[in-house]
Write a protein that binds this ligand. Structure first.
Ligand code: HMG
Ligand code: MG
Length: 303
């Protein structure tokens, strides 16, 4: 059985742009986010309050937030979460008026070290005060878990290891858990297997999101497998932008346009105006100086 509606968690402005080599001006980022909201996306991850030296492209988070918070009045129900790795990041995000955050852990030791300069245990301890203070401030927290299917340094990752790390994030107080295929190696059978393992651990499918990168062209097939398991929250990136600078061989995320094409074809509601979204990604591709890798954008742009 497939769900009647899917909530798309749009990550283009964060996961997409964090990997861009040339600096994207803050005005362009703000316009991108405004256009995504206008196209009907209800969750638009905006930026990261990480160390500016680690992700220089998002060092303008303080300048960006005041330019987009007004969108929440214009589009009731619009959510603009931001990534936060530690208390310093939380302070910066709260000062900027963020009302929803995401922390990001790894299912593997190798990537925890490379992405956050910490062991897996240290990462969880770093998040503990972030999540509890966010709770006190009434700010919901999403938990990302990276390398859920394979890791460039460790190879395949056992479902039990992923479930153990995911359950820790939920126990710390994350309202939602996004399962990341950071390097895009998963295939549909693995997705079904991992979701079944979460089910056996008592985690409701309503709390899970899937986050696929499209390195091997499997992201849509993997998404369909997840929907069949009862997942209703899917992460994607407008135009297929993206990748993580600290994950060897990560390419773009599943393109939101490709996702919307499949979902609408299946009769699943998203609230997204595909033509407006394609126009947005085509405009951004012009700003970035190269075409969108999304197949749906290529097929629909100018049509
Ligand atoms: P560290 O070097 O261990 O930092 O990095 P530290 O805690 O030792 O602090 C060193 C200095 O940095 C201190 O300054 C801190 O104040 C400052 P000093 O006292 O020396 O003057 N500092 C900060 N400044 C601004 N904002 C902050 C901050 N934190 C510390 N938030 C750290 C640890 C977590 C900071 C670093 O590793 C980091 O920023 N990592 C972020 C990496 C990242 O953003 N990766 C991409 C996102 S994850 C992803 O893309 C995957 C995902 O899409 C899902 C998937 O696909 O799997 C989510
Ligand atoms: Mg990602």
């Amino acid at each position: 059985d497939l769900p009647a509606r899917v909530r798309i968690h749009e990550v283009g402005a964060r996961d997409g742009l964090q990997n861009e080599k040339s600096m994207v001006p803050v005005e362009v980022k703000a316009e991108f986010i405004a256009r995504l909201a206008a196209a009907g996306l209800q969750t638009v991850e905006a930026t990261s309050f990480v160390h500016p030296k680690w992700v220089p492209q998002l060092a303008d988070a303080e300048e960006l937030l005041p330019r987009i918070t007004g969108l929440r009045e214009q589009y009731p129900g619009l959510r603009l979460p931001v990534l936060v790795p530690n208390e310093r990041g939380l302070d910066r995000a709260l000062a900027g008026g963020a009302d929803e955050i995401a922390v990001f852990a790894s299912a593997t030791e190798s990537f925890a070290r490379r992405n956050l300069n910490r062991s897996m245990d240290e990462v969880m301890e770093m998040f503990r005060p972030v999540i509890s203070r966010a709770g006190e401030a009434g700010v919901p927290v999403r938990g990302y878990l990276s390398m859920c299917f394979g890791d460039p340094w460790e190879g395949p990752v056992a479902p039990e290891q992923v479930v153990a790390a995911g359950v820790r994030l939920l126990e710390l107080g994350c309202a939602e858990l996004s399962l990341g295929d950071t390097i895009g190696v998963a295939t549909a059978g693995q997705v079904t297997e991992l979701l079944a393992a979460f089910g056996r651990a008592g985690v409701p499918m309503a709390q899970l999101a899937v986050h696929f990168h499209d390195t091997y062209g499997q992201a849509l097939a993997n998404t369909l497998a997840a929907l069949r398991c009862g997942v209703t929250i899917v992460d994607s990136s407008a135009g297929g932008l993206g990748g993580c600078p600290y994950a060897k061989s990560a390419t773009g995320n599943l393109a939101t346009e490709d996702l919307v094409w499949m979902l609408h074809g299946l009769g699943i509601e998203t609230g997204v105006d595909l033509a407006a979204l394609v126009a947005t990604s085509s405009w951004l591709a012009g700003e970035l100086g190269r075409p969108s890798p999304s197949r749906a954008v290529q097929a629909l742009a100018g049509s």
